[in-house]
Design a protein around this ligand. Structure first.
Ligand code: PAF
Length: 258
């Protein structure tokens, strides 16, 4: 696995035919990789001649500086995992180069950016869309893979790619869960043991045949601090805080669930 740190180096390698074997698949991540990320990498490897993964903890998408500071960065382990999957290339840019403009230019999402998580994380989706636009422009992949745990993010990225006639196909991939139902997330490793034990109740309650308002009440009674439980796009979405950790999840809703 080649590790590349700048857009210039990547573009040179690409132009020099490094990955001329066929299509390029791309998996953008913020690191702290888990089986959910690896399922995207495996799918990309299956569907493309070469796979590029990026690890970049994007400061522009953190509205809470404490959250940015706490975000796990186990880079050595991540590299080991990507090597084991036979990833072709890891793109590891640094914030100074990614934001050489000081974030003067950014993608500003409207409407969907401002609902659900957008209400509780002002500016978050502008940060996500901006960095994804930069990464997609740099890598120039045929396909890019995104997990459905961040379904609102997926909808926004797909909308942006279409609105700006971008060449990369945006592909959603199903949520992977731990055996107890908790959606896999890099933030799960920040949960204290007692919180980790309680966390699967979040998913279990989202699946209950109850109105969203009732589920919110049940979440509070179970010790979570719920932000929202709402339905859109045939799914029920939720966000909660458990201790210092923010968890999001969503489940499909078929017809009326209560
Ligand atoms: O889903 C994530 O890990 C991030 O939001 C992404 C898409 C890599 C952009 O920083």
């Amino acid at each position: 696995m080649k590790i590349i740190k700048t857009a210039e180096k990547w573009k040179k390698l690409k132009a020099g035919g490094l990955l001329k074997r066929g299509s390029i698949g791309f998996v953008p991540t913020m690191g702290a990789l888990h089986e959910g990320h690896l399922s995207l990498v495996r799918r990309s490897i299956k569907e493309n001649a070469a796979t590029v993964v990026s690890i970049f903890v994007n400061p522009a998408q953190f509205n809470d500086k404490g959250d940015l500071k706490r975000y796990p960065r186990p880079l050595k382990d991540d590299i080991k995992m990507l090597r084991a999957e036979k990833t072709d290339l890891l793109f590891l840019p640094d914030p100074g180069r990614m934001y050489a403009d000081g974030y003067a230019y950014r993608v500003a999402g409207q409407d969907i950016s401002k609902e659900l998580c957008g209400v509780y994380r002002p500016g978050h989706f502008d940060g996500v869309l901006t960095v994804v636009m930069k990464l997609l422009n740099i890598i120039g992949a045929d396909r890019a893979y995104f997990g459905e745990k961040d379904y609102q993010q997926y909808i926004l990225i797909k909308g942006m790619a279409e609105a700006f006639f971008m060449d990369t196909e945006i592909i959603p991939c199903p949520i992977l869960r731990e055996a107890d139902g908790l959606a896999m997330s890099s933030r799960n490793r920040l949960l204290k043991p007692e919180e980790r034990k309680r966390a699967p109740l979040f998913h279990a309650l989202l699946e209950r045949r109850l109105p969203p308002g009732r589920i919110k009440k049940e979440l509070s009674a179970a010790g979570f601090r719920p932000e929202y439980v709402e339905e859109r796009w045939g799914r029920r979405f939720g966000a909660v805080k458990l201790g210092k950790v923010r968890l999001i999840d969503n489940v499909r809703v078929v017809g009326s669930r209560w």
